[in-house]
Design a protein around this ligand. Sequence first.
Ligand SMILES: [Zn+2]
Length: 206
Amino acid sequence: MAHRLWQYVGQGWDRGSCMNTTLILKLDVSGLPISFVGWHTAARLLTSEKVIWSMGDTAITLRGGTNRDGERSMLHLPAIISVSDRSNIWNQENPRRAYRRVIFQRDEGLCMYCGTSVPFRHFQMDHIIPKSRGGPDTYQNLCCSCGVCNDRKKNRTPDEAGMKLLAVPYVPNPAARLILSGRAIIADQMDYLKGYANLRKTRREV
Ligand SMILES: [Zn+2]
């Protein structure tokens, strides 16, 4: 396959960032954000004519083989590509799998019971309805908690434990999940994602 010949040259937009973290935002045929893909995948999609349209500045530049005149071919990967694939991730109202990093970012790193700021490596995911009582691993049933509150709550619901949630855990839609995933997102991608994301503020107004 031709894409195997491509070599990474660098980013086309910002020399200040780490080149290995740059990802390309993939949209479905209707323009809905689906996922981030690495440059290998983006190059394959572009060269196999799966890309219907693209937007944003060049995010990554790749260098290809040399032609008979000694010229190297270059491939410029745009920040955002829309492909002809279909995806059903936007049809899932409450995905079964919730990502730890997304929950942490959604709750802005705050314990949803006492409001303490918790570092990522120390935060605990609390099952609002305890797992032992059938509480699912979904975004609606998981929140960021500090160790103290998690210990105190034990195998109880917040009501039973006399503890109040500071914010209602919401289900981030696919665009919001991409923003909350903690990946490096470049400006064109962020602008696009924000147009679709159902982000809510967690911090309460004081
Ligand atoms: Zn707490």
